[in-house]
Ligand binder design. Structure first.
Ligand code: FPP
Length: 268
């Protein structure tokens, strides 16, 4: 999202963007969009109104990722556990997704966004699957940011599906060697997707909720104390600025150890 000044036509970049170090922008940002229901409840509205309001926050996140030059943005839109919600809410969520895919398709293509999905998408209603695969194929070669929607997605399900694929491969070959991390990784839903550098979660809950369990082994976490419909591009920039202040050691040691042996700001 860009802002316009009163006099000039030229959009003005958000002031926080200027503080971001362009050399250390996270390659992949994943988001757990949480708190739609509570946002609606706080306003005396039906839960679906929270999901509707969450769509504008999706636009803000996509726009912020593009402005920052983030190469991959992954959004947790519907989990395998979400099938347990009342049928009316599930139906309404897929209707919203259909509307989103229809209304945003042109903008996604114009902005050279590559669209893809992860999850057990075969479980989704046929009209949704048709829209998803059409947008995926139309944007396959787009050179901008990749927007991945996690739909009917579960981290444990993804790992189990990868193990299943490995067993089938071994049975077909008639031999089974030791399973390596690389074997599992190449059987994930989107094996070419780099691990997220930053995972943002709204609604102030300190949980990962079965999202990208394999991929977030060394991901930095940003827990934001606001409901998803209140998420704006500046929250994305603030999370990235906070990420840039951290030191990532991947289990190693700091190249600049604190002389007094005080713990660094981030964990191991
Ligand atoms: C979590 O809030 C949100 C979801 C389960 C669905 C996310 C959907 C959207 C943001 C709208 C549609 C998205 C797209 C991509 C078109 P919650 O319902 O769990 O909230 P609660 O924890 O307060 O109950």
């Amino acid at each position: 999202m860009t802002r316009r000044t009163k006099s000039a036509e030229k959009p003005e970049p958000h002031p926080l963007l200027r503080l971001v170090d362009p050399e250390r922008v996270p390659l992949h940002v994943a988001i757990i969009m949480d708190g739609n229901g509570r946002w609606a409840k706080a306003r005396g509205l039906a839960r679906i109104e929270g999901h509707k309001a969450g769509i504008e926050a999706v636009r803000q996140a996509v726009s912020a990722a593009s402005n920052l030059g983030v190469r991959h943005l992954t959004l947790y839109a519907f989990s395998v556990e979400n099938w347990k919600r009342p049928a009316s809410e599930v139906r309404a969520l897929f209707k919203l997704l259909q509307q989103f895919l229809t209304s945003e398709a042109r903008k996604i293509e114009e902005n050279r966004i590559r669209f893809r999905t992860i999850g057990r998408t075969a479980d989704l209603p046929k009209p949704v699957r048709t829209l998803l695969s059409s947008l995926e194929s139309r944007t396959r070669n787009a050179g901008g940011c990749t927007l991945t929607l996690a739909l009917s997605y579960g981290g444990r399900t993804e790992i189990a599906d990868a193990c299943d694929a490995l067993v089938r491969e071994a049975l077909a070959k008639g031999q089974m060697g030791r399973v390596s991390e690389e074997d599992v990784a190449r059987n994930l839903y989107a094996p070419d997707l780099p691990d997220p550098d930053l995972l943002i979660r709204t609604s102030g809950e300190y949980r990962v909720s079965n999202f990208l369990l394999w991929q977030i082994a060394y991901t930095e976490l940003a827990i934001l104390d606001l409901f998803w419909p209140d998420f704006k591009e500046e929250h994305f920039y603030e999370a990235v600025l906070d990420y840039q202040r951290r030191e990532r050691r991947y289990g190693g040691v700091s190249p600049n150890p604190d002389p007094q042996g005080l713990p660094a700001r981030s964990g191991s």
